[in-house]
Write a protein that binds this ligand. Structure first.
Ligand SMILES: C=CC1=C(C)c2cc3[nH]c(cc4nc(cc5[nH]c(cc1n2)c(C)c5CCC(=O)O)C(CCC(=O)O)=C4C)c(C)c3C=C
Ligand code: FE2
Ligand code: FE2
Length: 339
């Protein structure tokens, strides 16, 4: 029986926490023109001579801290669980493959597997709730580059974003509810950051994002593909589900790289300000990530946790990501069946 192909693609992670594997991963990731979007000569200089040589040994230490002896990288581990759970839900009529945009399992291998199985169609699900050129856009580009030479590519479709998917929102809300948000002094919705220039480039109107006050804090027809606007929208929906009022939460952006301005406010600065105001306990959602990873487990829990305590705070509690929660698998299943 011919099957329908499903390709889940997450960002990627090193093969091991060794400095060599982290260097290979960072090199492939940061040489992507959609990630470091400057001219090729400058990108090559920045990545190969500045960022990777300094960052690889430091990042390798962080990866060692989150690496599990049995299951390895949390991002890959949860991605495998998501693939297996979705395959089980969809049954024999579907073939679900997992790939990483950078490193392994590669998109090349996953597409080859789908091609060898003679699937009738391929639905690509970039595992990023909010659209960004550096994440979702890069997955589109890589898949299209690989299939362009196939003599007979099957129909291929892509999920663009799922920032407002009610089952995704419910999963984050259910995960957060377990911590009793009302017991915390403030709630953060901390999204992965992006360089400001990437928001400006993505603005089709050339007159909205970062050009008008509070441009990205509401989602409208003008900014419907804006990463920041989609992020604020996701945060509003989770907050509404949990009855968290506007003054009790802040949307912020983490994981800045380099010295160019990124989307603000920065999570580290928000945390410092909250400590200054005497807040003691913070609950942090990271709704840009469908799986726990270095940026949630280490950056939020360890780095921001230590920073907050150093400034007089007491606790930074991370809300776990979607991982393999059954309601998130429901969301994926529904996306597939709707196509
Ligand atoms: C949520 C989607 C992501 C976007 C958009 C994104 C953009 C982006 N990231 C960097 C630089 C780094 N990101 C790193 C890790 C990382 N990033 C995402 C997701 C998005 N990145 C994830 C899921 C992870 C974790 C991977 C894991 O193995 O757990 C890293 C590597 C870690 C480190 O060295 O600190 C870097 C570097 C840029 C420059 C960028 C957009 C322009
Ligand atoms: Fe990143
Ligand atoms: Fe915007």
């Amino acid at each position: 029986m011919a099957k329908k192909g499903i390709l889940l693609v997450n960002l990627g992670t090193p093969d091991s926490p060794s400095t060599g594997d982290v260097r290979r991963y960072l090199d492939e990731f940061l040489m992507d023109p959609r990630v470091i979007d400057v001219n090729a000569a400058l990108r090559t200089f920045l990545v190969k001579a500045v960022i990777v040589p300094f960052r690889a040994p430091k990042s390798a230490k962080l990866y060692k801290a989150i690496w599990d002896d049995k299951t390895g990288s949390p991002l890959k581990h949860y991605s495998i669980l998501q693939r297996d759970a979705l395959q089980q839900r969809l049954g024999d009529g579907y073939m679900v493959e997992l790939a990483m945009r950078y490193q392994n399992p590669s998109i090349e291998l996953a597409l080859d597997n789908l091609k060898a199985a003679l699937v009738d169609s391929i639905q690509v699900i970039p595992m990023f709730p909010q659209y960004a050129s550096a994440s979702t856009g890069s997955v589109y580009e890589k898949v299209m580059r690989l299939v362009k030479d196939w003599p007979t590519p099957p129909p291929i479709s892509f999920i663009n974003s799922f920032h407002d998917d009610d089952l995704m929102i419910k999963t984050f809300a259910d995960n957060g509810r377990k911590y009793q948000p009302e017991k915390y002094d403030h709630i953060l919705f901390s999204f992965h950051g992006l360089p400001q220039r990437q928001l400006i480039k993505a603005d089709h109107t050339h007159s909205h994002c970062l050009k008008v006050n509070d441009c990205c804090q509401t989602l409208t027809d003008k900014n419907k593909f804006c990463y920041s606007a989609q992020s604020y929208h996701t945060a509003r929906l989770i907050a509404a589900e949990l009855n968290i009022s506007k003054e009790d939460y802040t949307v912020c952006f983490q994981s800045r790289l380099g010295s160019d301005p990124w989307v603000q406010p920065y999570t580290s600065e928000v945390i410092a300000q909250l400590a200054k105001e005497g807040k003691k306990r913070l609950l942090v959602f990271c709704p840009a990530f469908v799986a726990d990873c270095l940026e949630t487990v280490f950056e939020v829990t360890e780095e921001y946790g230590a920073e907050f305590k150093h400034l007089g705070g007491e606790e930074v509690q991370l809300v776990e990501s979607l991982n393999d929660s059954p309601t998130f698998i429901d969301a994926l299943e529904r996306m597939v069946l709707a196509n």
